[in-house]
Design a protein around this ligand. Structure first.
Ligand code: 4AD
Ligand code: MG
Length: 462
C-alpha cells in the first residue's frame, strides 16, 4: 500500500479507507485491552493516533514501540472518539523499522529545556518545537525566492571563498591549505601566501554584496541567498558565526526605493508564513509566546516609521531612559537602543537612515553634509536590526577617496571600482539576516534555536 503522509491523513474523504503511515513514535500509552501510539512523520506538527487492539497484537509485539522508535502501520482510518483529533488509525499490520532504547534515547519526556536540546542538536528536529521551527524556516525560504522571482529579480550565486572584506570589519575566517605547523615564510619573516592554495590570502565571505553589485549593474536587479561567515566574538542571542543572508541589489534604486522594497519584502515573507505555516506558528505561539500572532499581524498591517539616525539619537538622549551603553551622536547603536525606539517609543518597526559615515561601510553613498551616509537599517521588535542596507556610492572619485581614507588595499578592489568606471549608475541594496527573520516569525528568543546546526564561538559540534 502507498504511504500517506500524516499531513494529508486528516482529509475527511479518507475516513473509512485503508491507509499506510510511517514515522517516529512520540508516545505510547494504554491498558491491557488497547494501546494508543502517537505517530509523527515530520510533515506536520500533528500526530496521528494509532489504536492497537490487543486481541490482534500481543503485548510482546508492541513492547519495542517506545518513544523514538520508527514504525510502519497499515490500518483503517476512522473518526476518532478521543478529543483533540478528528481521525485515528485502527492498526491491522505493524512493521518496526528501528527501536530506540528508552535508557539511551535522550528525548524521553516532554518539556526538555531549549538549552538541553541544543546539546542534542542532532536529534532535536524530532521534537515538536524544532520540527515546527524548521518548517517555518522552510516556508520563509520559499517565500523569499517566490517574492523575488515574481518581481523579476535574478537569483545570483556569489562566491563563499573571497579575497576581499566587504564590510571592512575584519571579522573573517581565513581559508588556507598551508601547514599551520610549518608555514612557508618570505624573506622578511611574513607568511608566504604565494605558496597557499589561491596564491594569496583568502577567507570565507561576510557578504555577497560586492559581487551582487556587479550582478545588479548588468542584470538590473539580483538577489543572493546563501551562507555568510563572521568571526566576531559576539556571544549574544542574535549572532551566529555562520548565518544565511538574503541580499537584493538593484540598479536605478535610490534609498527611498530601497526602503519601500525592504518593507514590502519583509511583510510578504511574514504573511506567507502566517498562511502556509499556520499550524506550526500557532503551536509555537501556544508554547512560547502568546502574543506572537498579534505581533506578526501588527507588523504586516502597519507602516514602518522612517527616521534619521540623528533624530533617533535625539529621542534616545531625551528619553531619560538609563541604557547600559551610552548614547550620543556618533555612537554605534546597540540592540537596547534599537529596541527602545521600536518597542517603547514608536511601538512599530523603524527604518533608521543617514548614519554617521564612521560607523558604516566604505561603499555607502555619501551625503552632502560630509558627515553621514545614505544607510538604512530596519529595526524590529524583539530583534533590533533585522536588515542593513544603503544606497551605494556611485561616484568613482568619492568611492576611491573613501577607500583610501580607510586604508583598504586599492589593488584588491580594482574589479569593484570598475562598476564605477564603466557605466556607473545609482543603485541600492540591503541584507536581511535570515535567522533573525526566522527568530521574529517563530517567536523563539535565541538564534541558536532557529538554525539546524548553530555555529558560535567555541561551538562547532555536529
Ligand atoms: O548589516 P550587515 O552587516 O550588512 C551587510 O552585510 C551588507 N553587505 C548588506 C547589504 O547591504 N547587502 O548584515 C546584514 C544583516 C543584519 O541586518 C543582520 O540581520 C544579519 O545580516 N547579521 C547577522 N545575523 C546573524 N548573525 C550575525 N553574526 C549577523 N551579522 C549580521
Ligand atoms: Mg548592520
Amino acid at each position: 500500500m502507498k504511504r500517506t503522509k500524516i499531513v494529508d491523513i486528516f482529509n475527511p474523504e479518507l475516513i473509512g479507507s485503508d491507509v499506510c503511515v510511517k514515522g517516529w513514535v512520540r508516545t505510547r500509552r494504554g491498558n491491557k485491552n488497547v494501546q494508543f501510539v502517537a505517530l509523527n512523520d515530520g510533515s506536520t506538527i500533528k500526530n496521528i493516533q494509532i489504536v492497537f487492539d490487543l486481541t490482534k497484537f500481543s503485548e510482546e509485539e508492541l513492547k519495542p514501540i517506545t518513544t523514538g522508535a520508527s514504525i510502519h502501520v497499515d490500518g483503517k482510518l476512522v473518526e476518532s472518539q478521543g478529543k483533540g483529533q478528528t481521525a485515528e488509525i485502527q492498526a491491522e499490520k505493524l512493521e518496526i523499522y528501528g527501536t530506540a532504547d528508552p535508557n539511551e534515547y535522550p528525548l524521553q519526556k516532554k518539556g526538555h529545556t531549549l538549552e538541553f536540546l541544543r546539546e542534542k542538536a542532532h536529534l532535536r528536529p524530532r521534537t515538536n518545537t524544532f520540527s515546527a521551527v524548521l518548517r517555518v524556516r522552510n516556508a520563509l525560504a520559499f517565500a523569499i525566492h517566490k517574492f523575488f522571482n515574481e518581481k523579476g529579480f535574478v537569483y545570483l550565486n556569489t562566491p563563499l571563498i573571497t579575497s576581499s572584506d566587504c564590510e571592512g570589519a575584519g571579522a573573517m575566517f581565513q581559508v588556507t591549505t598551508l601547514n599551520l605547523n610549518d608555514l612557508p615564510k618570505t624573506e622578511d619573516g611574513k607568511v608566504d601566501y604565494s605558496k597557499d592554495f589561491f596564491g594569496k590570502p583568502a577567507s570565507l565571505t561576510v557578504s555577497g554584496q560586492l559581487e551582487g553589485e556587479l550582478g545588479a549593474t548588468a542584470l538590473g536587479a539580483i538577489y543572493t541567498f546563501g551562507p555568510t561567515f563572521r568571526a566576531e566574538n559576539s556571544n549574544t542571542p542574535r549572532h551566529l558565526s555562520e548565518f544565511w543572508m538574503i541580499e537584493p541589489e538593484m540598479a536605478f534604486y535610490d534609498i527611498t526605493d530601497n526602503m519601500e522594497l525592504a518593507e514590502e519584502f519583509i511583510k510578504y515573507c511574514i504573511s506567507y508564513a502566517l498562511e502556509h505555516a499556520k499550524d506550526d506558528i500557532e503551536f509555537l505561539s501556544n508554547m512560547y509566546d502568546k502574543e506572537l500572532i498579534d505581533r506578526l499581524k501588527s507588523v504586516i498591517n502597519t507602516e514602518f516609521v522612517r527616521l534619521t539616525y540623528t533624530e533617533g539619537v535625539k529621542i534616545l538622549e531625551e528619553s531619560g531612559h538609563k541604557f547600559e551603553f551610552p548614547v550620543f551622536w556618533g555612537a554605534d547603536l546597540q540592540s537596547e537602543h534599537e529596541r527602545f525606539l521600536v518597542e517603547e517609543h514608536f511601538k512599530k518597526p523603524v527604518i533608521l537612515t543617514d548614519y554617521p559615515k564612521e560607523i558604516k561601510a566604505f561603499y555607502m553613498k555619501q551625503n552632502t553634509d560630509g558627515k553621514t551616509v545614505r544607510a538604512m537599517d530596519v529595526l524590529f521588535p524583539k530583534i533590533g536590526e533585522i536588515i542593513g542596507g544603503s544606497e551605494r556610492e556611485e561616484s568613482y572619485e568619492k568611492l576611491s577617496k573613501r577607500i583610501e581614507e580607510l586604508n583598504i588595499p586599492m589593488k584588491d578592489m580594482w574589479w569593484y571600482l570598475d562598476t564605477r568606471r564603466f557605466g556607473t549608475v545609482p543603485h541600492s541594496g540591503f541584507g536581511l539576516g535570515f535567522e533573525r527573520l526566522v527568530l521574529f516569525v517563530t517567536g523563539m528568543t535565541n538564534i541558536r534555536d532557529v538554525i539546524p546546526f548553530p555555529r558560535t564561538p567555541n561551538n562547532c559540534e555536529f
